[in-house]
Design a protein. Structure first.
Length: 314
């Protein structure tokens, strides 16, 4: 789950968080340096929050259950939250703070449904093939996210003709819609991700090397450190300089300044959009969590093959 700390914060920060865009000519503030600095600070807030939630959730699951399962933020719900509800840099139908309120309320409903046994009932009544297929679908969605530009290596992008198109071009060859105009498959960042994050990790996993994923992440990270390269994470730009200064601290605690308790309880402005987001969050959360938990429990041998119910491990 180590990758979730980086990916979840990156995806959610694409929504812009509580940052306010004042540029009337560019509603997404894609070239606004002040807005970019605010989004970077939100990203660091979300890194702290993701790590804290994953740690607390995993410890709580370990203390109160008897299943070898660690918890972390869902990777399907965050993309829906960012790209469909709030929109890229707040260009969607529901403002960021109001969308947080929808997630907050949905969380309490989800806990209530779990306490009354509805999720346990779903585990029993949903056919095993559907539950396994849901886990596969989540994996495919994560693959697509990892192949995209927003939170991945940029090997694929959208197209005006087809749902996806071949990407992999350097950022200067992206048009306003995010499609490559030329130089496809020439981005060195993409090839580092494919070779070391993909092939090397798969090779190590084929030999049952337990730290294969961590090694792949570590090698790709080290490659991104040197400045002055075309694939560095610390270019000589204001954003790159801010990242580098933060990176040089090695160990630091970043307090959650922008996203903690940032809900907006005035739902009158969004109306039906808020209700739609709330129930969609709930639906996706139930299906996503149930399918993921079933897949992990089944992998560890904690599912009764006859009843499909979870088994406590001895």
């Amino acid at each position: 789950m180590a990758y979730i700390i980086a990916v979840n914060s990156t995806v959610l920060s694409q929504s812009g968080g509580p940052c306010i865009c004042h540029d009337k000519k560019d509603p997404s503030c894609s070239t606004d340096s002040d807005y970019a600095a605010c989004v970077l600070d939100v990203n660091r807030d979300l890194i702290t929050a993701t790590a804290a939630v994953a740690g607390i959730g995993s410890l709580a699951f370990g203390f109160f259950t008897n299943l070898p399962v660690a918890l972390a933020p869902g990777m399907g719900l965050n993309a829906y939250f960012t790209y469909q509800v709030v929109g890229f840099h707040g260009t969607g139908t529901v403002p960021y703070r109001l969308a947080l309120t929808a997630v907050f309320v949905e969380g309490f409903i989800f806990v209530f449904l779990s306490l009354i046994g509805m999720r346990q009932w779903l585990v029993k009544v949903i056919p095993a093939s559907i539950k396994v297929a849901s886990g596969v679908g989540i994996g495919l969605f994560l693959t697509e996210t990892g192949m995209s530009y927003s939170a991945g290596i940029g090997a694929m992008t959208g197209s005006a003709v087809t749902p996806t198109a071949l990407g992999g071009c350097p950022p200067q060859y992206l048009d306003v819609t995010g499609a490559c105009t030329s130089h496809q498959m020439t981005n060195p960042t993409m090839w580092i991700g494919i070779v070391f994050g993909g092939f090397l990790t798969a090779y190590l996993m084929a030999f049952r090397f337990k730290s294969a994923i961590i090694i792949g992440i570590a090698i790709v990270s080290v490659f991104s450190w040197p400045r002055g390269t075309t694939f560095t994470y610390f270019p000589y730009t204001p954003d790159g300089e801010s990242r580098f200064q933060f990176f040089k601290q090695v160990v630091a605690f970043h307090p959650i300044r922008n996203t903690l308790a940032a809900q907006d309880w005035d739902i009158t402005a969004a109306g039906s959009h808020f209700a739609l987001a709330l129930f969609t969050f709930l639906y996706v959360d139930i299906i996503d969590c149930t399918a993921t938990l079933y897949s992990m429990a089944r992998f560890s041998g904690a599912v009764d093959p006859k009843t499909g119910d979870f088994l406590a491990l001895q």
